[in-house]
Design a protein around this ligand. Structure first.
Ligand SMILES: Cc1cc2nc3c(=O)[nH]c(=O)nc-3n(C[C@H](O)[C@H](O)[C@H](O)COP(=O)(O)OP(=O)(O)OC[C@H]3O[C@@H](n4cnc5c(N)ncnc54)[C@H](O)[C@@H]3O)c2cc1C
Length: 282
């Protein structure tokens, strides 16, 4: 277990908020923005959802106190959506209201396609009253072009990613080329008509296409940001900042890292090789 904890530390900033705040201070020093994620999903009780909500409220205070360029990202099943949508909604409103009072922003991560409609419906209800929140869409899903058009029309801030969950063919493109095509098309729609979109990817071809589109269509560098995950492509974060682009790193922390870690290992051969190499090396 200790070896696994060591391996996870490549992708996770630490066990607690203090570790995470230190990691964000270092990123901010390099001109890189951050979003903090208190790891957790699929909560098992109302008490767990309450604990996560309290953690985010306190985290927002810590971010404010340390004057960080940093918002927060959360998952609705961590707030109880798998138990009761009303519970997740009231917990989300508490965190969004707290963020509002501190001039900060809350990103609602997207989970598996079983939760897509529920997440978007809940998000839209909260967004009507609180503009300091945004949501995520996944280019792997067949529905995403329509969701992007609707969220653009609402003026909501959207993060675009490929999607980290294994999905059935009925819901999602199975061929990488189609996921990439969908990514580029949604990125273009967000750059053209969106509200400060976040383009979350480590894929150089997707980044290059977004830069080409922005340049050719006169989309200024301050109208959007690139986003990457803590531990992945740190050199590229600094290069993008040096080239004048906004860059935000997603920084997870906490002890509930196994599902997050497993998704990172599954999606890239090199991450899996990193695990094998370290385990073999003792
Ligand atoms: C900030 C952020 C937030 C996210 N939020 C969510 C969310 O809310 N919901 C969700 O489902 N998913 C989320 N994800 C995960 C995302 O959906 C993908 O699973 C993950 O980012 C891998 O897809 P990719 O676009 O990076 O490219 P991939 O398809 O994994 O990789 C494509 C290519 O990119 C290049 N590449 C990738 N990684 C590296 C590397 N480390 N070094 C060098 N080259 C590399 C390689 O050329 C590779 O072939 C998020 C990702 C990010 C970055």
């Amino acid at each position: 277990m200790r070896a696994l904890t060591f391996l996870a530390s490549r992708f996770v900033a630490g066990d607690n908020a203090e570790d995470a705040v230190d990691a964000v201070c270092e990123l901010n020093r390099l001109g890189i923005k951050a979003t903090l994620d208190f790891l957790g999903e699929d909560c098992e009780s109302e008490a767990q959802a309450e604990a996560a909500t309290l953690e985010y409220e306190s985290l927002l205070d810590s971010i404010h106190k340390a004057r960080l360029d940093c918002n927060v990202s959360l998952k609705l099943t961590q707030f109880g959506m798998n138990l009761d949508t009303g519970l997740a909604e009231s917990n989300l409103i508490r965190v969004v209201t707290k963020a509002e009072s501190l001039g900060n922003f809350v990103r609602v991560d997207m989970e598996s396609s079983a939760y897509t409609q529920g997440t978007l419906d809940l998000f839209k209800r909260v967004f009507l009253e609180h503009k300091n929140c945004g949501v995520v869409v996944q280019s792997s899903l067949r529905r995403t072009a329509a969701d992007v058009a609707e969220l653009n029309a609402l003026g909501a801030r959207v993060r675009l990613c490929k999607g980290a969950y294994k999905e059935p063919a009925s819901a999602a493109f199975q061929e990488k080329a189609l996921v990439n095509k969908s990514y580029d098309e949604s990125a273009a729609a967000l750059l053209k008509d969106g509200t400060y979109p976040g383009l979350a990817t480590h894929d150089e071809a997707r980044i290059a296409e977004a830069i080409r589109f922005a340049r050719e269509n006169g989309v200024a560098a301050d109208r959007f940001e690139f986003q990457m995950l803590y531990g992945l492509r740190p050199k590229r974060w600094r290069e993008l900042v040096a080239d004048g682009w906004n860059m935000r790193v997603y920084v997870p922390y906490g002890t509930h890292w196994l599902p997050y870690f497993t998704r990172r290992i599954r999606e890239r051969k090199e991450n899996w090789m990193f695990v094998l190499k370290n385990l073999a090396g003792g």
